[in-house]
Design a binder for this molecule. Structure first.
Ligand SMILES: [Zn+2]
Length: 247
C-alpha cells in the first residue's frame, strides 16, 4: 500500500453517505489529492476539523486500488473565521476553485499552494482589502502558471514607460500609445503598470507590499480578472457569486 505524508489545504469537501466525506486537497509535492475520509462527519471524529474546507493540515493518505483514503489528519492552521464574512468567504471559495483549475494530480504545486495560503492569511488578518488581495493573487497565479504577461516595456518599440500604456489580455503584452495594436487593449496609467510589474516580477514575500487606491486600484482589479478569464476561457461559479456579493 502506497502512503503519502504531506501538509495540504482542503479546497473541496463533499459528503458521502451519513458519516464519510470525499475531500480535495492541494499539496505542495503531489498537487491535487482526492481522498475519502471515513467517519470524518461523525461528531467524535478527530479528523473532522482537519478535513474541512479551508483547513491546512498534516495529512497521511494511503492508496489502494487507485483510491486515496485519509489515514490521519492534524490541523496546522484553519481559515474557518472567513466564513463569518460573506465577501471574504466568497473570495476564499473562488481561490479554491482556481486552485482546482490550475493544479493537477502529481503536479508540483509548492508556489501556488504558498500563494493561496498567504492570500488566505492576509484575508483573515484584515491587513489588505478584499479586492486588492483578489487582484494580486490572480495576477501572480497567472505568472506562476505559464501565463506571465510581457510587461518589461512596450512590445513594439521598447519604451519602458509613457504616461498612458495599453495592455492586451489577448496577447498578454504591453504597448505605448503610438504602438497600440487594433485589438482591444485596456488603457492603464503608470501606477497600474508599476503594480503589475511588481506583482509578476518581485520576490514572493514582497508581492503584497504596495498600495494602490481609487481608479488605479479599480483598473488593476479589472485587468487582473480580465486577463485570467481570457487565458482560462472559462466561467467560475464562485467568481460570479463573489461579484453578486461585491455589487
Ligand atoms: Zn511603443
Amino acid at each position: 500500500m502506497l502512503k503519502i505524508t504531506a501538509p495540504g489545504l482542503v479546497i473541496k469537501e463533499q459528503s458521502i453517505g451519513e458519516s464519510d466525506k470525499l475531500i480535495t486537497v492541494l499539496t505542495a509535492k503531489h498537487g491535487i489529492v482526492r481522498a475519502f475520509s471515513r467517519g470524518a462527519k461523525k461528531a467524535k471524529s478527530k479528523k473532522g476539523a482537519a478535513t474541512s474546507l479551508l483547513a491546512y493540515s498534516d495529512f497521511t493518505f494511503s492508496k489502494a486500488k487507485d483510491t486515496f483514503s485519509v489515514e490521519e489528519a492534524l490541523v496546522k492552521e484553519v481559515f474557518f473565521e472567513l466564513r463569518e464574512d460573506v465577501s471574504k468567504m466568497a473570495l476564499a471559495q473562488y481561490f479554491c476553485e482556481l486552485a482546482y483549475e490550475f493544479c493537477e494530480e502529481d503536479f508540483e504545486s509548492e508556489e501556488i499552494l504558498r500563494l493561496f495560503l498567504n492570500s488566505l492569511w492576509l484575508l483573515k488578518s484584515n491587513k489588505k482589502t478584499v479586492p486588492f488581495i483578489k487582484a494580486v493573487t490572480e495576477m501572480r497565479l497567472m505568472s506562476l502558471s505559464g501565463y506571465m504577461p510581457a510587461l518589461v516595456a512596450c512590445d513594439r518599440c521598447g519604451q519602458y514607460e509613457t504616461d498612458t500604456m495599453f495592455f492586451s489580455s489577448e496577447s498578454g503584452k504591453l504597448f505605448c500609445e503610438s504602438c497600440k495594436p487594433p485589438e482591444f487593449c485596456r488603457c492603464i496609467n503608470s501606477s497600474v503598470v508599476q503594480a503589475m510589474r511588481f506583482v509578476t516580477l518581485s520576490d514572493f514575500n514582497k508581492i503584497f507590499s504596495f498600495t494602490l487606491t481609487g481608479d488605479s486600484l479599480k483598473a488593476f482589479c479589472d485587468l487582473s480578472e480580465d486577463y485570467l478569464l481570457h487565458k482560462t476561457q472559462r466561467k467560475f461559479k464562485t467568481l460570479e457569486f463573489y461579484r453578486v456579493i461585491e455589487d
